[in-house]
Design a protein around this ligand. Structure first.
Ligand code: AMP
Length: 407
């Protein structure tokens, strides 16, 4: 038997949750003025090397990267932002100086060690906003994520931090590097991070490293005046708009492109993989990928991470199930079903069956009406109906029933 690959899951039993999360998030994003964008799953490997960054675990260890039949190095996208930024530049939207707000949803791929809440193929819903320098936009995307979680009735904790900018971050990095140089017992990953991007060390899950970093210099103490003001303003705006948060001074993100605002939504109700969404500002990325300098801020939510936290509304009985007792009626019910579908959700069964079997099928499909034609109905030009919601049975004339409006 060929099975799905490790860390990759079919969406069958969880389909109602998946649909509920997607529909809810999309409705919220549209209400906030974001429009749909879809970009390819397969992109040039260079795109992620230049955006997510060589020092990140994603690029360093987790990419599904291969040489295709045209000898090009390509990669299954590990995240959504880089592709949206590439599309934004390719469509020359960076030259218009306008504001563009997009949402996307789709599969992402990371070759991680699978465990509960951590898959190799998982789905994200993300938003990217381009063109706004104002810190109000950072607050607005955080409010959008909050609206989504609130609409899904998912409880969360919000952590925020500022990662500084080109003026203050390099000075902080130097301080942090000097601190890291003095430590003897860093894990192998942190030794690598020290050389590539020292701030990523603060994200280390190793307990020995974590205790070392308790005494590390923090970016909060090195922010330039503008970053400090933006971060204070962000906190004021969130406070004024009823968003609860805490300042996590060690919050850095797993991707290198963030500057200034970084945030993460965490669930206290799931296991160790408790980050349910995260994002921040990335004002340098458009330029880094060859576009005109463009302010940008966004986030991505992990769909599978919140499966256990949502209860999709109970779907109520809906539509018509139509079947026949004997063979002669199949061609007719096929035509009736074609007509019914223009007005009402319709299920059809092609195998002639006894009434009890049809009723069972209709029940399993959650249909509201079970409609069956047998010998007696054929003789009288009628149809037998049972309303599975209230148990009512009737045998109206077939033509009248087909013409009814099914509301
Ligand atoms: P990131 O792109 O790393 O900032 O991740 C954004 C969100 O995607 C996280 O907060 C998680 O909810 C989700 N996520 C990231 N990696 C995985 C994974 N391997 N499996 C399932 N969900 C993930």
């Amino acid at each position: 038997m060929i099975t799905a690959l490790r860390g990759m899951k079919d969406i069958i039993d969880d389909a109602p949750k998946y649909e509920h999360i997607l529909n809810t998030a999309i409705a919220c994003a549209k209400r906030h003025g974001f429009s749909f964008i879809d970009t390819p799953i397969l992109e040039s490997t260079a795109l992620f090397r230049r955006s997510v960054g060589e020092s990140s675990d994603i690029v360093g260890k987790e990419m599904y990267e291969f040489i295709d039949r045209s000898a090009e190095s390509v990669c299954l996208r590990p995240e959504g932002t880089a592709g949206v930024v590439r599309a934004f530049i390719e469509k020359k939207l960076d030259r218009s100086n306008g504001t563009y707000r997009f949402f996307y949803r789709g599969a992402m791929f990371r070759h991680e060690r699978p465990q509960k809440g951590r898959l190799r193929q998982f789905h994200q819903i993300g938003v990217e906003s381009f063109g706004q320098k104002s810190v109000y936009e950072d607050a607005a995307v955080i409010l959008l994520a909050k609206d989504i979680f609130d609409a899904l009735e998912v409880k969360y904790k919000l952590e925020i931090n500022s990662l500084g900018c080109v003026n203050c971050m390099p000075k902080y990095k130097e301080k942090l590097s000097a601190f890291l140089d003095m430590q003897d017992d860093l894990c192998e990953d942190c030794k690598r991070r020290k050389a590539t991007n020292p701030i990523r060390a603060l994200d280390c899950k190793n307990s020995a490293c974590k205790s070392v970093y308790e005494n590390a210099p923090m970016i909060a103490d090195f922010l330039c005046d503008e970053c400090k003001k933006d971060f204070n303003d962000l906190q004021d705006i969130l406070n004024q708009n009823g968003v609860l948060f805490s300042h996590n001074k060690k919050l850095v993100r797993g991707l290198d492109y963030y500057n200034k605002t970084a945030f993460e939504f965490i669930s206290v109700e799931i296991g160790s993989q408790n980050a349910i969404g995260g994002g921040g500002r990335y004002d340098k990325l458009v330029e880094q990928l060859g576009g005109k300098p463009t302010y940008a801020v966004g986030f991505a939510l992990g769909v599978q991470r919140i499966y256990d936290l949502v209860n999709p509304p109970q779907s109520k009985r809906e539509g018509v199930y139509i079947g026949a007792i004997d063979d002669e009626e199949i061609a007719h019910i096929f035509s009736y079903a074609a007509a019914l579908r223009k007005k009402v959700k319709t299920f059809i069964e092609y195998e002639p069956k006894k009434l009890a079997a049809h009723l069972k099928n209709a029940d399993r499909l959650n249909a509201e009406i079970c409609a069956v034609i047998g010998e007696e109905e054929r003789a009288n030009g009628a149809i037998w109906l049972k309303n599975l919601a209230n148990g009512d049975e009737s045998r109206p004339p077939l033509s009248r029933w087909l013409e009814s409006d099914f509301n």
